[in-house]
Design a protein around this ligand. Structure first.
Ligand SMILES: Nc1ncnc2c1ncn2[C@@H]1O[C@H](COP(=O)(O)OP(=O)(O)OP(=O)(O)O)[C@@H](O)[C@H]1O
Ligand SMILES: [Mg+2]
Length: 288
């Protein structure tokens, strides 16, 4: 176990990491000319996208249009066929060394589609996985303190920490996944279908949590979702993936004003209209 002096050093290290200010960048993520191809299947064909710092950007598109592949490309889990991706002005492709790469990677947290936690680890241990990876010298007491703080932050009761994923409800598992994604105090949060499988009330509460965390922590959020209610409740802008590109980005009001048939079907179909009615005011407030 590290002594007191070393713990002090580690705390300073953590504070120093916070001193890097990603919010200096107006554009958190810049994607240019992105091509992703699997065999003959072209998923992205010169896709461009900017994610602004501090916004919640919703990402929508039909199933299989490459939303998850886009997210995986940005966080470096998928090597694109061509194109450029910069996060806070840096590209994982051209980054000089491992240390710089780690420094960039710890700026973001990811909740993957399906949101799997490690089933053999407790919630607290799950949250500690990224902490152990990036700060191997943290001692157990501090790890426990941080995990308890993250558990509280996502609205889980304190006794959720020692529980295993199988002992939790679906909504609690999502919150635990979110707590793990927030473990390193990221500036940037990637969420791939975070409310899938939740009942409408659970989903609405989760949306509220995302909005609240983003507002209080100044997070930039890349939110892939099929859930129209989530889009209305949480997103500042929405990017639409179709035809292997981002065909439109804007507020929902701006998207509604475009003629594109997929966009019209999506937002003005029966489900879209129901969401507009129940969130009309919120959408109006956000765009005005
Ligand atoms: N590693 C891979 N190898 C081959 N094909 C892949 C790979 N990853 C994704 N694909 C293909 O790329 C396409 C886009 O997949 P992706 O998972 O990004 O879709 P999506 O938009 O997230 O869909 P959904 O809304 O269903 O989650 C799919 O046709 C998928 O089969
Ligand atoms: Mg997906």
């Amino acid at each position: 176990m590290a002594d007191e002096e070393e713990q002090k050093e580690i705390r300073q290290e953590l504070a120093a990491a916070d001193a890097v200010r990603p919010e200096k960048f107006d554009i958190a993520i810049r994607v240019r000319g992105l091509v992703n191809q699997f065999g003959d299947a072209v998923i992205h064909d010169h896709l461009d996208l900017d994610v602004r710092s501090g916004e919640i950007l919703g990402v929508v598109g039909g199933s299989g249009t490459g939303k998850s592949v886009l997210m995986r490309s940005i966080v470096g889990l998928q090597t694109p066929t061509a194109g450029e991706i910069e996060v806070y002005g840096k590209s994982l492709d051209t980054i000089a060394n491992e240390e710089e790469s780690r420094d960039l990677r710890r700026r973001w947290g990811v909740m993957f589609q399906g949101g799997a936690l490690f089933s053999t680890l407790s919630v607290a241990e799950n949250i500690q996985v990224p902490l152990r990876e990036y700060y191997p010298r943290l001692d157990q007491a501090l790890l426990d303190e941080i995990a308890a703080y993250k558990v509280a932050m996502v609205g889980l009761p304190p006794d959720a920490g020692p529980k295993f994923p199988a002992e939790l409800s679906g909504g609690m598992v999502k919150r635990a996944g979110l707590a793990r994604a927030l473990a390193l105090d990221p500036a940037l949060l990637f969420l791939d279908e975070p409310t899938a499988g939740l009942d409408p009330i659970g989903a609405a509460k989760f949306d509220e949590l995302i909005r609240e965390l983003a507002d209080t922590m100044g997070l930039t959020v890349f939110l892939i979702t099929h859930d129209l209610d989530s889009l209305y409740a949480t997103c500042d802008r929405v990017a639409v993936l179709a035809e292997k590109k981002v065909i439109a980005v804007g507020t929902i009001a701006e998207l509604l004003a475009t003629e594109h048939p997929w966009i019209q079907d999506y937002f003005n179909g029966p489900r879209g209209r129901a969401a507009t009615t129940s969130h009309g005011r919120a959408a109006h407030d956000r765009t005005s």
